[in-house]
Write a protein of this length. Structure first.
Length: 200
């Protein structure tokens, strides 16, 4: 089961991964507002303080998470989505709920994250992990397959999907996924493939 849980759920490096645009990248996409005053022409871009504040709360939450302060991390992530809802904010809320053992709440948070970034393989993988903890393998497979569709070159997704297929006795499907994971550089897939061949 522990092989299924991935990325930010077990590794802190992904907790700081977020796709919040920076002020510079957003300014380039927003048309400046022209203001005329006393024969002087000014061009100014809208202020993006809310987005910067939300991003700062995500950073704070990740710092708290790395220090092991789950409640403070959760508080910062909730502040972030109150300031400016983002995929990263809800994703990290889901990570906190998962670590608290609140898998149904984690699923809700990861689904909210998908509202902002629908093709997130990581969110689908983490939803699958939650469903596995709730012993709902059908839903877990559905989300792992979606993660695989969104990121077919992610060896971890292929490996996790193979493990679930093997647990469901879908040995041919498991073999295919273990082979893909092996080609994508997942070393443990080779060992799993050898064990699987003994069952076939």
């Amino acid at each position: 089961m522990s092989n299924i849980i991935r990325r930010s759920i077990l590794q802190t490096k992904s907790l700081t991964r977020f796709n919040v645009p920076t002020q510079n990248s957003v300014r380039a996409a927003i048309r400046p507002v022209a203001v005329m005053t006393k024969r002087t022409f000014f061009v100014s871009a809208p202020k993006l303080d809310r987005l910067a504040d939300a991003e700062e709360q995500i950073k704070n939450g990740s710092d708290y998470m790395n220090k092991g302060s789950l409640d403070m991390a959760m508080n910062s992530y909730h502040k972030s989505v109150q300031i400016a809802p983002t995929s990263a904010g809800y994703f990290n809320i889901g990570v906190c709920y998962f670590q608290m053992g609140k898998h149904k709440d984690a699923i809700k948070a990861f689904n909210r994250s998908l509202e902002y970034e629908p093709n997130s393989a990581d969110a689908h993988t983490n939803i699958a992990s939650c469903y596995l903890m709730l012993r709902d393998t059908q839903s877990a497979v559905r989300h792992l397959e979606q993660a695989s569709n969104f990121n077919p070159l992610d060896g971890e997704v292929q490996y996790n999907l193979a493990c679930v297929y093997e647990a469901q006795s879908r040995l041919d499907d498991a073999k295919t996924r273990f082979e893909r994971a092996s080609l994508l550089g997942i070393d443990k897939a080779d060992t799993a493939l050898e064990k699987l061949k003994e069952k076939m």
